[in-house]
Design a protein around this ligand. Structure first.
Ligand SMILES: C[S@@+](CC[C@H](N)C(=O)[O-])C[C@H]1O[C@@H](n2cnc3c(N)ncnc32)[C@H](O)[C@@H]1O
Length: 230
């Protein structure tokens, strides 16, 4: 079952007719909590600490924006631009920004007109993509790596999932009890099936022509990939 990346679609990718607004909002909040609990948020903070204090960060597939809203607390001098193909996600991100409890003047959100990155070459310092690549097919990922590296001046930071049987069965048993959200439990299992093993990531990076990169496994069953411009 986990020998190859799955092509199954997540409910979230099927669009708003397939879930309620409450399920969506709760799911987005839980996704950020999971990123916090499993160390993805903290790990990203540590990478950004090594970047310029005034770096411009673009978060591709920002969802409800909680990741960069919380990053902006750690890095008030950086600017954050969250983009997503889902207008529902961008609406929620703008709402979360309006009720956020610290200054968010350095954060903006924008709905992408198309799934490809169409920004000018070298137009931002850092591109971030958290839990987004597993939504894409292999060809889309290769195109994304190329476009992201072209758009950034410095680096691309990608956080995503390790496709692993222990992760799958652990999540299968415990997520219904822990999260009580259909999107988190059902989509979470598909996300793991759409995740990556190390050699697949390396093959995709090589096929995209990436020269300077690191693929780091992070406990528990997550990957952090950094691609440097040079
Ligand atoms: C699992 S959510 C992750 C949201 C957020 N990054 C987080 O970690 O909480 C994946 C998001 O990626 C978006 N997405 C999927 N494919 C995309 C693409 N090609 N370009 C931009 N966003 C995409 C979806 O709309 C969704 O909001």
């Amino acid at each position: 079952m986990l020998a190859h990346r799955s092509n199954e679609k997540e409910i979230l990718d099927l669009g708003p007719g397939n879930y309620t607004a409450e399920e969506f909002t709760h799911c987005q909040k839980m996704l950020f909590r999971i990123n916090q609990i499993l160390g993805t948020f903290h790990g990203t903070v540590n990478v950004l600490k090594k970047s310029g204090k005034k770096a411009q960060v673009m978060d591709v597939g920002c969802g409800a924006g909680l990741f960069i809203l919380n990053l902006s607390r750690h890095f008030p001098k950086m600017t954050f631009h969250g983009i997503d193909i889902s207008s529902e996600a961008i609406d929620m991100a703008n709402h979360e920004k309006s009720v956020f409890t610290s200054d968010t003047s350095n954060v903006k959100f924008e709905k992408m007109a198309e799934p490809e990155l169409t920004f000018d070459e070298n137009s931002v310092d850092i591109i971030l993509a958290t839990m987004v690549c597993h939504h894409m097919g292999n060809e889309e990922i290769i195109a994304f790596f190329k476009q992201a590296l072209r758009t950034t001046k410095d680096k691309v930071i990608i956080n995503d999932l390790h496709r692993n049987p222990i992760a799958y069965w652990f999540y299968y048993l415990f997520s219904p009890i822990l999260f009580r959200n259909r999107l988190i439990t059902y989509d979470g299992l598909i996300s793991i099936k759409r995740g990556f093993i190390r050699q697949e990531l390396i093959t995709l990076l090589e096929q995209a022509g990436m020269k300077h990169y690191q693929v780091k496994w992070c406990f528990p069953f997550r990957w952090r990939i950094i691609i440097w411009k040079k």
